[in-house]
Structure formats: C-alpha cells, structure tokens
Ligand binder design. Structure first.
Ligand SMILES: Nc1ncnc2c1ncn2[C@@H]1O[C@H](COP(=O)(O)OP(=O)(O)OP(=O)(O)O)[C@@H](O)[C@H]1O
Length: 222
C-alpha cells in the first residue's frame, strides 16, 4: 500500500545541496501500526512530510495505493493528500473559531462532500473518539486530550489509507497520553493504518514495530 524505493531528499542551503534522507526503502503494510523514532535532526519529520505527500522526494519512487506519487504536480499531490492521508499533530492544529464538529468537517469540505453527509460523518467520528457530548464546543473549552480527540476524529473522516501522527502525545500529560494511545490502538485494531513519530519509548510500545531513523537513513526495522 505504501512503498518507498530508494528515496532521497535534499534541501538547498545557500548554494549547497544538503542531503537529509538517503536511500530510504520502506514498506508500510495495510492495517499496521508503526513508530518512527530517532534523534533530533535525524530526518523523521522530513520522512513524514514525504509520506504525507506534503513534499516530494528528490529522487527515488513513492507508491501510495499503487499510484506513483513522485510524478505528480502540486495540485495532484494535494488531492492525493486529502484523499489518502490523515494527519495528527503535537499541537492539535484546530481552528479556534470553529466548533469541534466544524473542525472535523473541514477535510470533507475540501473533498467537496455535501453538508448533510459531512455532519453525519463528523458526528460519527466524534462518537468514535468518545466526544459525542462535546460536538458544539470550541477548542478553547476543551482539555488537551479532548482537543487531540477532535484532531483524531478529523483525521478519520475521509477514511484515509494511513494516519500520520507527529508526536501526538508530546503536549499531553502521562495519563492523557496513555488514553490517546489506547484510542489509537483501538482504531488500529478496527483496521486503520497508523504511523507515529515519537521520542517516547513508552508511546512506541503501543505499536507493532519501530522504524529507526539515524542521520537520514533507516537503521533498523523491528
Ligand atoms: N526545508 C529545509 N531546508 C533545509 N534543511 C532542512 C529543511 N527541513 C529540514 N532540514 C534539515 O534536515 C534535517 C532533519 O530535519 P527533520 O526536521 O526531518 O528532523 P527530525 O528528526 O524530525 O528532528 P526533531 O526530532 O528535532 O523534530 C535537519 O538537519 C534540518 O535542519
């Protein structure tokens, strides 16, 4: 479903081309639950940006559901991203003026889905994350854990091929962090494919296997 073949990514820094990812070969199977770990600056976010179709590799091939992402232009890439990828961030990235349900509806607005279906699907997603009672709350009236649940509901609504979570528990206390990982584990058991960047070994323990990144290379896959 997700396959990177000999992927590299470099950035121009001044006049120098600086390699950040080197020779990445990676397969993420449907229904899997992976952690991506590695030291600061090793290339985890860059890898997530490539996996999430936010950025193109410099060379190599990225296959997502059989489509060769590498040959797409920015508009095609954005369409693919909205269709196939759900994102969860450390700082939730909810729009503060929109209620929980309106935040969850947003990816469906971009996908051109009508109002009634949007509302139904957003309600269902908020129920799945245990927030049926909070649909009309603004983000500021929700706890950190509840905000992350809204963000998880938002990541689910387009039934993505994969959810990419960048430090989803980084802003949460230990108990809330465990609750969020339980929730993600449950969603994975129901069939959602999830990859999560984390610095915390206790978070990685919830996943099935860990991909380690060091100096832009995958060093080990358990
Ligand atoms: N747009 C860019 N231009 C130039 N260099 C970049 C760019 N994006 C990332 N880098 C460099 O690539 C390297 C890897 O960065 P990346 O953010 O992927 O690391 P990371 O493993 O996610 O780190 P952290 O755990 O601290 O978030 C760093 O040295 C960074 O400076």
């Amino acid at each position: 479903m997700i396959k990177l073949n000999n992927v590299t990514k470099s950035f121009m820094v001044g006049t120098e081309e600086t390699p950040v990812l080197m020779d990445i070969n990676l397969e993420i199977a449907e229904g899997s639950f992976s952690a991506i770990m590695g030291p600061s600056g090793s290339g985890k976010s860059t890898l997530m940006n490539v996996l999430g179709c936010l950025d193109q590799p410099s060379s190599g091939e990225y296959l997502l559901n059989g489509e060769n992402v590498t040959v797409l232009d920015d508009i095609q890439l954005a369409k693919l991203r909205n269709k196939y990828i759900g994102f969860i961030f450390q700082q939730f990235h909810l729009l503060p003026r929109l209620t929980a349900i309106k935040n969850v509806e947003l990816p469906m607005v971009y996908a051109g889905i009508g109002k009634k279906e949007r509302e139904e699907r957003a309600h269902y997603a908020l129920e799945r994350v245990g927030l049926a009672e909070r649909v009309n709350y603004l983000p500021n009236s929700l706890s950190g854990g509840q905000k992350q649940r809204v963000a998880i509901a938002r990541s689910l609504v387009n039934e993505p091929t994969i959810i990419l979570a960048d430090e989803p528990t980084g802003a949460l206390d230990t108990k809330t962090s465990a609750d969020i990982m339980e929730l993600l584990t449950g969603l994975n058991k129901e069939g959602t494919t999830i990859a999560i960047v984390t610095h915390e070994p206790e978070v990685a323990e919830y996943t099935e296997h860990t991909i380690f990144v060091r100096d832009g290379r995958l060093v080990e896959k358990l």
